[in-house]
Design a protein around this ligand. Structure first.
Ligand code: UFG
Length: 344
């Protein structure tokens, strides 16, 4: 194939897994990452995992807020497409420091689109989120569900989606897929790369992992009186390896569909699991006890969220293969091999 793909945020959790999948599929990849929420050690392990395909990946430290960083890279290499992962992603942090989100996420995306226009690269896969559905009115959530942002973070995803819709409407030669993913968890089956949250984890599974490792005392389960089968919230957890494959499928789709315009596609399993079901699955996978306490609801949480997956199946010929037991098994492998993640 020999196609050249530019990947922003390619050393992060989802980016790193996707880049490895891309080189397996014979794409040449150039990564830009500012290492704000990623580690040089991730890059070292990615090269190890890529083996004799490591030469197909290149990493450049740079920041999307600097147009010149991008312009230099695009002047040196002709890209066929871009996958845009880079951005900040913590809801709580976005409420506290909204400008961090508008500069990193929105300004970053605007610069990226401008450099793509300048160099005539108009194929884009964007890392959006089910957060753009706000508090869902119905489940499963399909792509026609009304859009609403509930936090500055969510607003940046929605603003960037809107920018892409406007650009595609004005310049029909663009091909854009907005991938709205549900809750990514798990790790590479080798256990060498995975999610390394900085500080106290905001998300459920990194927290569960740290309790199983004895790094934290107990999980706080936020809310146990929701109208669900065990009183805890339901989410659509998706294995990061399935998610990575979804990106490769989206890229293949772009190259095959000149008239795709700007299309949103959910990436989820179509099945929901409760917080307590995830805790139990992790206990089984790890053989460790995960202590937890039931506490008050967390402000802003939706009761139940899961994806309608028909669009992904129809448009991308993609669906998930892995379940929550696979997610917990692979995440535990990563946790037990590298309890400190990328810190060496
Ligand atoms: N939870 C706990 N204890 C914790 C952490 C989480 O009980 O310590 C619960 C939450 O209440 C929720 C579930 O575990 O019911 C999942 O929570 P996460 O924080 O892992 O994920 P969310 O579904 O809240 O967040 C996801 C994405 C965000 C996105 C958000 C809103 O991670 O990027 O959905 O759509 F913004």
């Amino acid at each position: 194939m020999g196609k050249n793909v530019f990947v922003t945020g390619g050393l992060g959790f989802i980016g790193s897994h996707t880049v490895l999948d891309l080189v397996v599929q014979d794409y040449d990849v150039t990564i830009i990452d500012n290492l704000d929420n990623a580690f040089p050690e991730a890059w070292r392990r990615m090269k190890e995992l890529a083996g004799d395909k490591a030469h197909m990946m290149k990493f450049i430290k740079g920041d999307l807020r600097n147009f010149d960083d991008l312009d230099n890279i695009f002047s040196a290499t002709k890209f066929d497409a871009v996958i845009h992962f880079a951005g900040r992603k913590a809801v709580g942090e976005s409420v506290q420091f909204p400008m961090l989100y508008y500069t990193h996420n929105v300004v970053g995306a605007v610069n990226l689109i401008e450099v793509m226009r300048k160099h005539n690269v108009k194929n884009m896969v964007f890392s959006s989120s089910c957060t753009v559905y706000g508090n869902p009115e119905r489940v499963p959530i399909n792509e026609e569900h009304p859009l609403k942002a509930l936090s500055p973070y969510g607003r940046t995803k929605l603003i960037i989606e809107d920018i892409f819709r406007d650009v595609a409407a004005a310049e029909p030669e663009w091909r854009i897929i907005l991938l709205r993913y549900f809750n990514p968890v798990g790790a590479h089956p080798s256990g060498k790369i995975g999610e390394h949250p900085v500080g106290i984890p905001n998300n459920l599974m990194p927290y569960v992992q740290q309790v199983a490792l004895g790094q934290r005392d107990a999980l706080s389960v936020f809310g146990s009186d929701y109208p669900t089968r065990d009183g805890t919230c339901v989410r659509d957890y998706i294995h990061v390896m399935d998610l990575a494959e979804g990106h490769v499928a989206a890229l293949d789709k772009l190259f095959a569909s000149p008239d795709i315009g700007c299309t949103p596609i959910n990436l989820g399993t179509g099945t929901g699991s409760t917080v307590l079901e995830m805790v139990k699955a992790f206990e089984e996978a790890s053989g460790k006890k995960v202590a937890y306490k039931l506490v008050d609801r967390r402000a802003g949480d939706s009761v139940a969220v899961w994806a309608a997956t028909e669009t992904a199946e129809r448009e991308l010929g993609w669906k998930t293969k892995l379940d929550i037991n696979d997610m917990c098994r692979d995440q535990w492998k990563w946790a037990s091999l590298y309890p400190k993640g990328y810190e060496t």
